[in-house]
Design a protein around this ligand. Structure first.
Ligand SMILES: Nc1nc2c(ncn2[C@@H]2O[C@H](COP(=O)(O)OP(=O)(O)OP(=O)(O)O)[C@@H](O)[C@H]2O)c(=O)[nH]1
Length: 234
């Protein structure tokens, strides 16, 4: 019988932000090093990939939270995740306001623990990161680096700026750091999600030695295994 304790730890990241800030482009860039300019999806998508973090493979699941639902607080996705990456565009002030509102709600609700962390208050707060995308469009900038840095520090999130289009190193550093902050016990059971519709990522060879991955239509994230964040809804 297969010893499931030997499977790599699983880490779940929710990527949250307004529409058109570059969430899908960022996830695909991180996982494949490729830049795909246009995505058309008005539903959440779940990406899976095994990636090495600090020399250890982890089974990474990333939910791309559709920006078309940005009028609703993404409570279910946050409950599902072990860490959250809030993305805004430096050229779009309203996207910055949305990202910081979500961070603010998370801070107020004092999110403690996560499924990967064993759902215990002792496991500490959920790792959070704020990322300002599209720095290649600096001439259209509406959010200064200093302002975003100050707010993210006050909200307990790490902060980076990057251009997914330009493949800046900062985007990899930001995601790697976030993944590194998640404490993961060995997995004791498998978890099934909604129907797999096909392989998106394939067998790209990258610095991260990505092997195979998949994308899953995920209109609703799986039922959360911890108390709903009602306090977090603005
Ligand atoms: N100039 C520039 N454009 C970018 C960058 N990243 C993404 N884009 C573009 O921004 C647009 C939106 O990117 P998406 O990845 O679809 O954005 P999204 O946040 O997933 O959007 P929703 O699916 O609506 O939530 C696309 O035209 C991308 O090509 C970047 O770093 N610089």
């Amino acid at each position: 019988m297969k010893d499931e304790r030997a499977t790599p730890p699983r880490v779940r990241i929710a990527v949250i932000g307004s529409s058109r800030v570059g969430k899908s482009a960022l996830i695909v860039r991180y996982l494949t090093r490729r830049y795909i300019g246009e995505y058309h999806s008005n539903t959440d998508l779940l990406y899976r990939q095994t990636v090495p973090i600090n020399g250890t493979p982890i089974d990474l699941e990333v939910i791309d939270v559709s920006g078309s639902n940005a009028d609703r607080f993404p409570a279910e996705q946050i409950q599902w995740a072990d860490a959250c990456l809030l993305v805004y565009s430096v050229t779009d002030r309203s996207s910055f306001e949305y990202a910081t509102e979500v961070l603010n709600s998370l801070k107020r609700s004092q999110v403690q623990g996560s499924p990967a962390q064993g759902n215990t208050a002792a496991s500490g707060p959920m790792p959070l990161a704020l990322l300002g995308n599209k720095t290649d469009l600096d001439h259209l900038r509406q959010v200064s680096t200093k302002e975003a840095q100050t707010i993210s520090a006050s909200l307990g999130a790490s902060f980076s700026e990057a251009s997914v289009a330009d493949n800046s190193c900062d985007l990899y550093r930001c995601v790697d750091r976030l993944l590194g902050e998640v404490r993961t016990p060995p997995r004791s059971r498998k978890f099934s999600v909604s129907k797999m519709i096909g392989s998106l990522i394939g067998s790209a060879t990258t610095n991260n030695q990505i092997t195979r991955g998949s994308v899953v239509v995920c209109p609703r994230v799986p039922t959360p295994s911890r108390t709903p964040l009602t306090a977090a809804v603005p």
